[in-house]
Design a protein around this ligand. Structure first.
Ligand code: GDP
Ligand code: MG
Length: 181
């Protein structure tokens, strides 16, 4: 098994964002699981992996699911960003505070990745809870697209709950999605 796995190129992807936005649920779904009926709050960091075959290339996607507000974060944060290939910044489309909170996460990323050019993706989660009859109290896709453009990020809106996870009104940005450092 180990010789088989060694043929996979590992991509480390960090999942970042305020507590409760759905990082753990999304990570679970991205790794092939169902939407969890119950989730424990993440402590520190959890790991999940998924093996992918992309155009004949064997890829091991390694997701680092981090805790939002965490006492020990400061001592761990450098580990999180070491040799990272991409960062997913998650917010909850029905909780504008989680969108406004992104600047702090982007700043954390910037401080810990000096000299690296890491692809960053903006991901609006819980789109299944979006109420089209009202605008206030929700983050619009237009707001998110302009934020993504301003920060050179790609943008996707999704739901960890309603399968299949589908990309809504994505903004691809100007860069490749993933690359190996
Ligand atoms: P984390 O703190 O960012 O890891 O968030 P969790 O993954 O623990 O999810 C927080 C809460 O949001 C849980 O009650 C989940 O069931 C719920 N949740 C997560 N993603 C979605 C989603 O896409 N849609 C809905 N409706 N609820 C979600
Ligand atoms: Mg979590």
């Amino acid at each position: 098994v180990s010789s088989l796995l060694s043929r996979y190129r590992t991509f480390k992807v960090l999942v970042i964002g305020d507590s409760g936005v759905g990082k753990t649920c999304l990570t679970h779904r991205l790794c092939g699981g169902e939407f969890p009926s119950r989730v424990e709050a993440t402590i520190g960091v959890d790991f999940r992996e998924r093996l992918l075959d992309i155009d004949g290339e064997k890829i091991k996607l390694q997701l680092w699911d981090t805790a939002g507000q965490e006492r020990f974060r400061k001592s761990m944060v450098q580990h999180y960003y070491r040799n990272v290939h991409a960062v997913l910044f998650i917010y909850d489309v029905t909780r504008p505070a989680s969108f406004n909170g992104l600047s702090a996460w982007i700043e954390e990323c910037r401080q810990n990745s000096v000299g690296q050019e890491i692809p960053r993706l903006l991901v609006g989660n819980k789109s299944d809870l979006r109420d089209p009859s009202r605008a206030e109290g929700q983050v619009s896709q237009e707001q998110a697209v302009s934020f993504a453009k301003a920060h050179g990020m790609m943008f996707f809106e999704t739901s960890a709950k309603n399968p299949p996870m589908k990309r809504v009104n994505g903004w691809r940005g100007d860069r490749a999605v993933l690359y190996q450092q």
